[in-house]
Ligand binder design. Structure first.
Ligand SMILES: NC(=O)C1=CN([C@@H]2O[C@H](COP(=O)(O)OP(=O)(O)OC[C@H]3O[C@@H](n4cnc5c(N)ncnc54)[C@H](OP(=O)(O)O)[C@@H]3O)[C@@H](O)[C@H]2O)C=CC1
Ligand SMILES: O=C(O)C1=N[C@H](C(=O)O)C[C@H](O)C1
Length: 269
């Protein structure tokens, strides 16, 4: 039996679930010890390698998360808010590191993570890439350097299947911009323009969500004033970027005390 950290992937059949499984299998720093799907899913009870259309891997898809988490050192979870809140409670019970990539969580969902983080490490980020996390720091810096003559707009572009808006990344960038300006994002966010909206309010941070085709994830932060615009941009061209970041977080979490962390902690930025 290898002593590499054992990883469980939830939402195994999803776009990120399958990418995460491949990433763990390709890694020489971790081993795949379980995969979870929801009860009634046709992958449950099948070998995950075969379910993904390849050779058997000796790991059976289960709909019993606690049983799977109990055998693991970390759970990597890119699913949906309701599922993630439940998984957090079970990961805490199993004392497994819980890496959360799920976006679209409400404040109430996030508040429910707090008691779980007293027992286990939680690493949560709306984007697990180095580039985006660096971009949050640049955004904060630029926002701090410019006054409200510059309107801040966050534009995000994603594939047609994405169910939440603004994206988790757009909200991270909006938070960074608000922090740079020394304001609360809740007070200045303008998240949905339609109809006779009136003129733009000075100091607002606007969000626009584009959905189409197979766009993996692109984000612009625009600072626009009369006569000039500055645009900071990140473009993801491969989902494996997020999976590699999540696995890095799962391994980093092995040496941390229980608590809530983000990718800036993991990356040391
Ligand atoms: N932080 C980051 O870096 C990134 C975050 N994401 C986020 O990850 C999440 C997943 O994205 P993606 O893989 O594209 O989405 P998919 O829809 O492809 O996959 C979601 C998976 O979660 C499962 N799931 C949903 N609800 C539940 C539930 N209640 N119980 C158990 N399983 C559930 C789905 O199962 P079923 O098919 O049966 O519904 C599916 O397998 C999104 O929130 C997305 O924004 C994505 C990329 C990067
Ligand atoms: O749903 C996606 O695909 C993505 N979601 C994350 C987000 O909401 O920001 C990260 C990435 O952009 C892909």
């Amino acid at each position: 039996m290898s002593d590499l950290p054992g990883i469980v992937i939830t939402g195994a059949s999803g776009r990120m679930g399958q990418m995460l499984i491949k990433t763990v299998l390709d890694s020489d720093k971790a081993r795949l010890v379980g995969v979870v799907e929801r009860a009634g899913h046709d992958w449950v009870g099948r070998d995950v390698g075969e379910a993904m259309g390849g050779a058997a891997l000796g790991v059976t898809v289960t709909d019993e998360p606690l049983e799977a988490f109990a055998k693991a050192q970390a759970v990597i979870d890119f699913t949906a808010p309701a599922a993630t809140v439940q998984f957090a409670k079970l990961a805490a019970q199993a004392r497994a590191v819980h890496v959360i990539g799920t976006t679209g969580m409400t404040e109430d969902d996030i508040a429910q993570l707090e008691p779980c983080a007293r027992h286990a490490v939680i690493v949560r980020a709306g984007n697990m890439s180095l580039g985006v996390n660096l971009l949050t720091l640049l955004t904060k810096k630029v926002a701090a350097a410019l006054d409200e003559e510059f309107d801040i707009e966050v534009v995000e572009y994603h594939h047609r299947h994405k169910v939440d808006a603004p994206s988790g990344t757009a909200l991270m960038l909006g938070e960074a911009a608000a922090e740079g300006r020394g304001v609360s994002l809740t007070d200045v966010a303008d998240r949905g323009r339609d109809g006779i909206t009136g003129a733009r309010k000075r100091g607002d941070i606007g969000f626009t969500a584009i959905r189409g085709g197979d766009i993996i994830g692109e984000h612009d932060v625009m600072f626009a004033c009369d006569g000039e615009q500055i645009i900071l941009r990140h473009k993801a061209t491969d989902r494996s970027l997020f999976a590699k970041g999540a696995l890095r977080a799962a391994l980093w979490g092995q040496d941390q005390k229980p608590g809530e962390y983000d990718m800036l902690d993991v990356l040391g930025l």
